[in-house]
Design a protein around this ligand. Structure first.
Ligand SMILES: C[S@@+](CC[C@H](N)C(=O)[O-])C[C@H]1O[C@@H](n2cnc3c(N)ncnc32)[C@H](O)[C@@H]1O
Length: 371
């Protein structure tokens, strides 16, 4: 399924793309476009089971001890959800893109090279158009999602690219809600699920969260956007200022590293991500799951629900922001709320309705029976 909306070719990227990848793209030929689409559909059917190396050596060690998840709790709730489940016969399971953890590179400054930093109130983020242009020029091996997204004129290519190379509208709604409702992050373990740029998790990070995990479907999004954004919002930005003494520099670097140590980064499909984190013996469930524009595809509802179920602390909550309806894909707030109600594990409460342009919602999801 290819979902097209809100897609703009920033600046001259479209032209640049044709020049850069002459012959490799199918923008101008409708005949070829069809065959590309068919190829992609066939590929989607097979499902990407791309294996990633998880080189644990390079990962910074994380140890959590409190509130470790018990498999019994999770099993009980899974069963409750499963028995209430009434899957439509046509419901497709999402592709199982294997999850991996992304190590934080040692050379933090290098991550911000070739990046243009933009500023929002209380936040910095890389300019994504520049990231895309550089990626197209470099033609790096691995996930080729930038050119795939261009050639299909789409922000979403099911099972291939799930939209992380863009800051979606509801992220801004949730950011505004954090301020308005004075949401507290201090001391909490937070997950930015389907993070893309990671702005929600970054606010939790700068707001004193104890631990913040970022998850995106696409590996490239984590490496090229999420990680640089987190680094740009750490104290690294002023690392060099007024510090000439090697010893002071060393201390400063250590401080930045200690701060970033609170953040972990994951890519991969949701059920695979769950498997990966739950395989850690001392995994601690999240107090807060932040998620924006992740309920567009009804085929993913069951996995998303199970992700909440297996990763959310009993007394925790999910703050979800979404458009009322996603034309072309079929998902939306009411469909997802009905899905949640039928499973009878969580309760969903509307916190805010933003009724300008396309109607948007902020929803809080908590366990119905927390004890
Ligand atoms: C439309 S984008 C929204 C990005 C970001 N939250 C924002 O608001 O700007 C949807 C995000 O959900 C993630 N996502 C969607 N479906 C997924 C799935 N089945 N497994 C893992 N991640 C998924 C993608 O990685 C993507 O970043």
């Amino acid at each position: 399924m290819t979902f097209q909306f809100n897609f703009t070719i920033e600046g001259d990227l479209g032209n640049e793309l044709s020049l850069l990848r002459e012959g490799a793209l199918t923008l101008d030929s409708s005949q070829e476009l069809v065959s590309e689409t068919q190829k992609r559909e066939q590929k989607n059917k097979k499902c990407s089971t791309e294996q990633f190396d998880l080189s644990q050596d390079h990962l910074w060690e994380h140890k959590s001890v409190e509130n470790a998840a018990t498999s019994q709790d999770t099993d009980r709730l899974f069963n409750a959800a499963n028995s209430a489940r009434n899957l439509e016969p046509h419901e497709k399971q999402p592709c199982l893109r294997v999850a991996k953890e992304h190590a934080i590179p040692k050379d933090l400054k290098k991550m911000l090279e070739n990046k243009v930093i933009e500023t929002l109130p209380g936040l910095q983020h890389v300019n994504i158009s520049v990231v895309k242009t550089v990626l197209l020029k470099e033609n790096l091996p691995g996930e080729n999602i930038v050119s795939k997204s261009f050639s299909s004129h789409s922000d979403l290519i099911t099972g291939v690219y799930e939209g992380g190379l863009k800051i979606w509208e509801c992220t801004f709604d949730l950011l505004a809600y954090f301020t308005k409702a004075k949401v507290k992050f201090a001391g909490k373990k937070v997950l930015d699920l389907g993070c893309g740029s990671g702005l929600l998790g970054i606010i939790a990070f700068t707001g004193g969260a104890k631990e913040i995990h970022f998850q995106d479907y696409n590996s490239l999004v984590i490496d090229e956007v999420t990680l640089p954004n987190v680094v740009a919002n750490s104290t690294l930005a002023d690392e060099e200022s007024d510090v000439s003494e090697p010893e002071m520099k060393r201390c400063r670097k250590l401080k930045v590293a200690q701060e970033l140590y609170k953040c972990r980064f994951f890519s991969g499909e949701w059920s695979e991500f769950c498997k990966l984190v739950l395989s850690e013996k001392l995994f601690v469930k999240y107090d807060l799951i932040l998620t924006s524009e992740t309920i567009y595809n009804p085929d993913y509802y069951s996995t998303l629900h199970e992700t909440f179920l297996s990763l959310l602390n009993k007394n925790g909550c999910v703050l979800l922001a979404s458009k009322a309806h996603y034309f072309g894909v079929g998902g939306g707030v009411h469909l997802f709320q009905n899905f949640v109600e039928e499973r009878d594990v969580f309760q969903a409460k509307t916190l805010e309705i933003i009724d300008e342009g396309l109607k948007r919602f902020i929803i809080e999801i908590t366990f119905k029976y927390p004890s």
